[in-house]
Design a protein around this ligand. Structure first.
Ligand SMILES: NC(=O)c1ccc[n+]([C@@H]2O[C@H](COP(=O)([O-])OP(=O)(O)OC[C@H]3O[C@@H](n4cnc5c(N)ncnc54)[C@H](O)[C@@H]3O)[C@@H](O)[C@H]2O)c1
Length: 261
């Protein structure tokens, strides 16, 4: 798909991190970008920086998704590109024993459900709503393409660490949806892919002490550093531009394989 000012994109979680990096890169190609995020302050700021449109959106709330999509479509027209970056990470062990009292507790069901709701069902909701809009578009280019959907899983989908049961399950679900969604939408000329980032320097990492960040960076075989949002964006744009990439999950990780902890 050619990236230019004739097309528009919707990016969830684009107020910050990987989504914001991708919003900047697409806007630099002239693409009209709609930023959907729960973070109103940062979302509006990122949109202003790139000349895009911000709409508040909680991907777990269907009515909120409908309202936000209607707002960005009114500004930019029906999106040809959806990039799903909205997500949260938590760290919780399955079973814990209190050191002092010896009391045993398990991973609470509420936080597990919340992670699945945002990362997996939120991604599915966006895919369903945007695909239903994309099928109405005129096909473009020699291959009659209508749209592109890119979701963000994680290397944790394949090498989930201690404390990542909810996160890994949610990202494994995102990864597993790629092929069936690509097959469902093939006849409409809509391609589907997911990126599995390794360790990227985004606000998700800002809470960590410097030593922890350094240790994580050192665990990456080459290059031994955290990835940048611009590098994630570079892959997202390449996927959009290369019509043969479809139904695929791509690790972007400098060969890192996460250890148990
Ligand atoms: N940073 C990494 O190393 C890394 C690695 C693997 C996967 N990922 C995934 O990449 C994606 C982007 O993460 P990031 O590192 O840029 O983090 P980030 O925290 O900077 O960005 C996530 C964005 O999602 C938004 N969001 C959270 N809940 C939402 C909801 N219910 N509805 C709408 N928006 C919501 C947040 O407000 C935030 O702007 C996430 O799905 C994350 O799991 C990140």
């Amino acid at each position: 798909m050619e990236l230019n000012s004739n097309i528009s994109a919707v990016i969830t979680g684009a107020a910050s991190g990987l989504g914001a990096g991708t919003a900047k890169a697409l806007a630099a190609k002239g693409v009209k970008v709609g930023i959907l995020d729960v973070n109103e302050e940062l979302g509006a700021k990122t949109a202003a920086e790139i000349g895009g449109t911000f709409a508040r959106c909680d991907v777990t709330d269907e009515a909120s998704v409908d309202t936000a999509l209607a707002a960005v479509r009114a500004a930019h027209g029906q999106e040809r590109i959806l990039i799903n970056c909205a997500g949260i990470a938590i760290g919780k062990r399955l079973v814990r024993k209190d050191r002092e009292t010896g009391a045993i507790s398990h991973h609470d069901i509420a936080s597990y459900t919340r992670v699945i709701n945002i990362n997996l069902i939120g991604t599915f909701t966006m895919i369903a709503k945007c695909a239903a809009g994309m099928v109405t578009l005129d096909p473009t280019g020699p291959d009659n393409e209508r749209g592109m959907i890119i979701s963000t899983a994680s290397v944790a989908a394949e090498d989930g660490q201690i404390g990542q049961v909810a996160y890994a399950a949610s990202k494994g679900g995102v990864q597993s949806m790629t092929l069936p969604v690509a097959r469902d939408l093939a006849k409409d000329g809509i391609r589907v892919a997911a990126i599995l980032p390794g360790l990227f320097h985004t606000p998700m990492f800002d809470g960590l002490p410097d030593e922890a960040k350094d240790a994580l960076a050192a665990s990456v075989p080459f290059p031994s550093r955290l990835g940048t949002p611009a590098e994630y964006a570079q892959l997202a744009l390449s996927i959009c531009e290369n019509v043969m990439l479809n139904g695929v999950n791509i690790r972007l990780d400098g060969a890192v394989r996460l250890a148990p902890r």
